[in-house]
Design a protein around this ligand. Structure first.
Ligand code: ZN
Length: 299
């Protein structure tokens, strides 16, 4: 049974702070390293008692999940550290062991299966305890909040939706996320996420039906009354949607330095780049929307 060790790093993007999860047993393992806060290390010390810490398994390289690695290594020199390799890993000076999709990693008295679940980050993995039907979900799923897709820093909404579909098919009974409370109804949460993303797609397409627009003006239209501190994150989210819609042939970038996007004519020709002409705006406005944007994201 995993023990929650809070990271004590509250903030705009971490909510109450990160969750790290200690799996006790023969080889005590910690899911995520948090940021090295003194209270996190104290909580880990208390939970371990006299047991050693065998390994730290990191869901992805964002600082709130990985930057505590050095502080943990200093206190538990016998611990090994593992994550899926990524460019930024040198920021955290421990000897990272590489994880790959499908690996089985000893944790506690059992094993965890590594699931590569990119989208929020390229190197994002979840850890599945098949015996306990429990998924450690990192930043793939957060109850009561949507997940940021940093489109200009390794995020991909298309990948994210595919990762959600993969986890939905597994239907773990219990999900222990990197932020927020435990998730019991994972299918309902994922369906809510997918509907939310489809709704954002529609909002962006609706805004573009009025004519070309920049990412910034789309943020202002789609996120009404957004707190100043969240504008950049919203811009990343809108870009994530635009990149996905572009891959689907539903929007295009206009040439030039303005950073404008426009709706593409939703005909079958849009799937063939050679025939993708400029979109007549009236046609874009009249065109029926496709009914099930979520279904196409799993391929
Ligand atoms: Zn993250």
């Amino acid at each position: 049974m995993a023990v929650l060790i809070p990271g004590f790093n509250p903030g705009v993007f971490t909510g109450a702070g990160n969750n790290t999860w200690l799996i006790p047993g023969r080889e005590p393992a910690l899911i995520d390293a948090a940021t090295g806060a003194g209270r996190h290390l104290a909580g880990l010390r208390d939970a371990l008692g006299r047991a050693p810490l065998a390994r730290v398994l990191v869901t992805h390289g964002h600082p709130d999940h990985a930057s505590g690695a050095a502080a943990i290594a200093a206190e538990w020199p016998g611990a090994t550290f593992a994550k899926m390799p990524d460019d930024g890993d040198h920021r955290y000076p421990v000897d990272w062991q590489p994880l790959a999709d499908g690996d089985l990693v000893p944790a506690g008295s059992g094993v965890l299966r590594v699931l590569h679940t990119p989208g929020h980050a390229r190197d994002h993995v979840c850890f599945l305890d098949e015996a306990a039907d429990t998924l450690y979900s990192g930043d793939l799923l957060v109850s009561g909040s949507s997940v940021i897709i940093p489109a200009s820093a390794g995020g991909s909404l298309t990948d994210y939706l595919a990762s959600l579909a993969r986890v939905r098919a597994l239907r773990p009974a219990r999900v222990l996320p990197g932020h927020g409370p435990e998730i019991r109804d994972v299918v309902a949460l994922i369906d809510h996420y997918v509907a939310h993303r489809a709704h954002r797609d529609e909002q962006i397409l609706d805004a573009l039906a009025a004519g070309p627009a920049t990412r910034e003006s789309l943020v202002a239209k789609v996120y009404v009354g957004l707190a100043e501190g969240l504008v950049r994150a919203a811009g990343e989210s809108v870009l994530a949607h635009l990149v996905k819609l572009e891959a689907e042939g539903r929007v295009r970038r206009l040439p030039g330095d303005e950073g404008e996007w426009e709706a593409a004519a939703p005909t079958s020709d849009t799937a063939r780049p050679g025939l993708r002409g400029p979109a007549p705006r009236a046609a874009a406005r009249r065109a029926p929307r496709r009914a099930d944007p979520a279904g196409r994201t799993t391929s």
